[in-house]
Design a protein around this ligand. Structure first.
Ligand code: MN
Ligand code: MN
Length: 468
């Protein structure tokens, strides 16, 4: 059984639409490199598209009615959007889930130090990374510093072409004989992911003559002086900061035919963005439409802003209450009567590494939205297994709407595996299937997707919200 290639079916107009949507996505991906930046940007777009904050709805005692558009922001890192359907929510919602955190390197709480007149930042990596991929690259700092007075200072250094960039050094080849004998997992170790940020000492002019008054750790002190001057932050403020070290620079077209996009964070923003974009195109749905963008997926979905948090069911309760139709029992019915596409990236078939995939059940660039009946690893350990009946519904919806789709597994049976947020939604007893976009170089600083797949995903999400 072979699945069709999406590029072959496009008219000139549709091909143009594929490239236009890719430009929109590239702008988003280049601008939003942290979960906080994603929430801030998508919230802004949602508000201009008529979505209202659920907390304002509640505070003002507004009753929600079919067609109303609402969002809930969870701590600035996790966002849920709803479009109220004509059917009561108790009958179920159509939910698009995806995550907006990506593998990266975080600064430690006490990060700044000086060694041999170099100022460095100590880090703690986040998610599954091949550490050797993150050295000798231009890196940027994105995040916030939260002050004791409750204000947040935004940090974004390394994206503007005039900004400096940062980086992690690697050993020169000339002296690497011993390093190159190591296992790939040990070539660069976690504690060696130190980001170089300065090399110029602070000099106190008055004390030039008096050696005893020479500034200690003068390079680090100079960095602190710059941080004080430009961002009004002190060294102790790092204690309450979340600063992420990410690849610097924009997403770009990939390939001479420009059919692909290279960018940081396709996992999972290549699913999150088309899910969000699909919501913007939905008006007056029958079933309540939901887009749930979660945080912490890359570290197991734990914590207040991850999928395991009570946030989602609490907000559904608030929304049902604002519709004038809440009870604990109705909430449970609403969740178990829902259907979800849990979208996360799939491993694209890589001709350089064919041995880890089984060709008939692999995801291919240009073959559209990927559906995985199950995830997990080896003997389906930890898998969220979607029912055949629900897949039949998905096939009908996709075929009726001319959506190009394919089915896949994450690699060969014994090769490894992975999980997504699907099983957490399935725990509510709803129908969930894993879906998403094929990615090359998954979890590397620069990942690659196909523009056709991105476009088919958005179209598939719209079809799901309206017809599932
Ligand atoms: Mn993912
Ligand atoms: Mn991932």
């Amino acid at each position: 059984m072979e699945r069709p290639n999406a590029w072959k079916k496009y008219s000139d107009d549709e091909k143009k639409a594929v490239f236009t949507f890719a430009e929109e996505y590239k702008a988003f991906l280049s601008k939003c490199k942290t979960e906080r930046e994603c929430v801030a940007e998508l919230k802004k777009i949602a508000i201009s598209a008529g979505f209202q904050n659920i907390h304002e709805i509640i505070a003002r005692g507004i009753k929600l009615k079919p067609g109303d558009r609402v969002f809930a922001d969870n701590m600035g890192k996790n966002l849920a959007l709803f479009i109220i359907g004509s059917e009561p929510i108790e009958n179920g919602m159509n939910i698009l889930g995806a995550h907006i955190d990506s593998p990266r390197i975080d600064l430690k709480q006490n990060p700044l130090y000086e060694d041999t007149e170099m100022a460095l930042l100590d880090t703690h990596y986040y998610g599954g990374i091949k550490k050797y991929q993150w050295v000798t690259l231009p890196l940027a700092l994105h995040g916030i510093v939260s002050q004791k007075d409750g204000t947040n200072v935004s940090i974004n250094i390394g994206e503007n072409p005039n900004d400096p960039v940062f980086g992690i050094s690697d050993l020169l080849i000339h002296l690497s004989a011993e390093q190159l004998e190591k296992k790939a997992s040990k070539v660069i170790e976690g504690e060696d992911l130190n980001v170089l940020i300065g090399n110029m000492p602070l000099v106190s002019r008055e004390d030039e003559s008096d050696k005893s008054k020479e500034i200690k750790d003068a390079v680090k002190q100079n960095i602190l002086a710059i941080l004080k001057e430009q961002y009004h932050i002190e060294e102790e403020d790092f204690l309450s900061a979340e600063i992420e070290v990410v690849p610097a620079g924009p997403a770009r077209d990939y390939g001479l035919d420009r059919s692909m996009i290279m960018g940081y964070g396709h996992d999972d923003r290549s699913c999150a963005y088309p899910s969000f974009a699909a919501m913007l195109e939905i008006h007056n749905p029958q079933m309540t439409s939901v887009c749930l963008l979660t945080d912490k997926e890359e570290v197991g979905s734990i914590g207040a802003t991850g999928m395991k948090s009570r946030f989602f069911e609490n907000i559904v309760a608030d929304i049902m209450n604002a519709c004038g139709n809440y009870s604990e029992l109705k909430l449970r019915h609403a969740l178990q009567n829902s259907c979800a596409l849990s979208s996360d990236v799939s491993a694209a078939f890589d001709p350089n590494y064919p041995s880890v995939t089984e060709r008939k059940n692999a995801a291919y660039f240009g073959h559209g939205l990927v559906f995985n009946k199950y995830t997990g690893s080896r003997g389906k350990s930890g898998s969220s297994d979607c029912s055949a009946e629900f897949i039949a519904i998905i096939r009908r919806v996709m075929d009726d709407n001319n959506i190009c789709f394919q089915t896949a597994e994450l690699g060969k049976v014994d090769a490894g595996g992975g999980g997504t947020i699907a099983y957490m939604l399935a725990n509510y007893n709803m129908n969930v299937i894993d879906s998403g976009i094929a990615v090359l170089n998954m979890h590397a600083p620069w990942e690659i997707i196909s523009k056709a797949d991105l476009y088919e995903a958005k179209k598939g999400y719209i079809a799901f919200l309206l017809n599932a």
